[in-house]
Design a protein around this ligand. Structure first.
Ligand SMILES: NC(=O)c1ccc[n+]([C@@H]2O[C@H](COP(=O)([O-])OP(=O)(O)OC[C@H]3O[C@@H](n4cnc5c(N)ncnc54)[C@H](O)[C@@H]3O)[C@@H](O)[C@H]2O)c1
Length: 237
């Protein structure tokens, strides 16, 4: 899938070292975008800026660095996230805060900083990574994780309402079970159970998620804002 509209567009992807993040980087690079990648883990790339997305100072530094070099950000994908599977009765306040800080608070403040720039340009697209767990409540994943993802769907609508007068679209995707490192702690039995609960009979791939995000960021989705697209093989319908 190649969209000429991304040619030289400035795209910022968080969690770029992960499964979905690296698939997203490949997709936007194939579309000739200028792709800025950020993650807490190192990536060998000249447009990579390493840091902790839950650190407010890092968010400011990240946006400043891109703006100094490019003068604009056209697409933001809020993809960084962690998914502890601690049982509800065992979640501590520190772990609760950590998950909310990384998955939700960072998404809010990075989007806030980028929205200001997009408003000046009267254009832009933001795509957020929610989750099927945010729609049904976490069983296999933590309560903090599912709560953070549910809140992302709501924030997506709020940002969409604020961005719409300036032609800025904000949407989310809610993946089901996607085959990435985030499932490295799942047991074989859990993975088998997941597959059996998915009508299409398999886990999704990072590329399948990246494809939909690319479309959401493109003009093909020009009348779509404030919505969440489910990508779950029919697991929830
Ligand atoms: N894989 C799935 O089944 C699935 C399902 C629903 C939603 N999601 C969401 O998709 C997104 C990507 O997940 P993935 O499956 O590629 O997982 P992943 O673990 O492969 O990637 C997540 C990335 O986020 C980065 N990250 C974590 N904490 C960070 C921090 N403090 N600062 C900066 N970067 C940080 C990690 O280093 C990693 O590279 C996440 O938001 C996740 O919640 C995934």
């Amino acid at each position: 899938m190649v969209f000429s509209e991304f040619n030289k567009k400035v795209v910022l992807i968080t969690g770029a070292a992960g499964g979905i993040g690296s698939a997203l980087c490949r997709k936007f690079l194939e579309n000739n975008a200028i792709v800025y990648q950020t993650d807490i883990q190192h990536i060998d790339n000249p447009n990579f800026i390493q840091g902790d997305i839950s650190d407010q100072e890092f968010i400011k530094k990240l946006v400043k660095q891109i703006i100094e070099k490019e003068g604009r950000i056209d697409v933001l994908v809020n993809n960084a996230g962690i998914c502890p599977r601690t049982s509800l009765l065992d979640i501590s306040i520190d772990e609760w805060r950590k998950v909310l800080d990384i998955n939700l608070t960072s998404m809010f403040f990075l989007s806030q900083a980028v929205l200001k720039i997009m408003i000046e340009n009267n254009s832009g697209a933001i795509v957020n990574l929610a989750s099927a767990a945010g729609q049904v409540g976490g069983i296999a994943v933590g309560a903090h994780y599912s709560a953070s993802k549910a809140a992302i769907e709501c924030l997506t609508k709020t940002f969409a309402k604020n961005g719409a007068p300036y032609g800025i679209r904000v949407n989310a995707v809610a993946p089901g079970v996607i085959d990435t490192e985030i499932h490295k702690k799942s047991t074989k039995e859990q993975l088998e159970q997941y597959k059996q609960s998915i009508p299409l009979g398999r886990m999704g791939t990072a590329e399948e998620v990246a494809n939909i995000i690319l479309v959401l960021a493109s003009d093909l989705a020009s009348f779509l804002t404030g919505t969440t697209i489910d990508i779950n093989g029919g697991q929830i319908m």
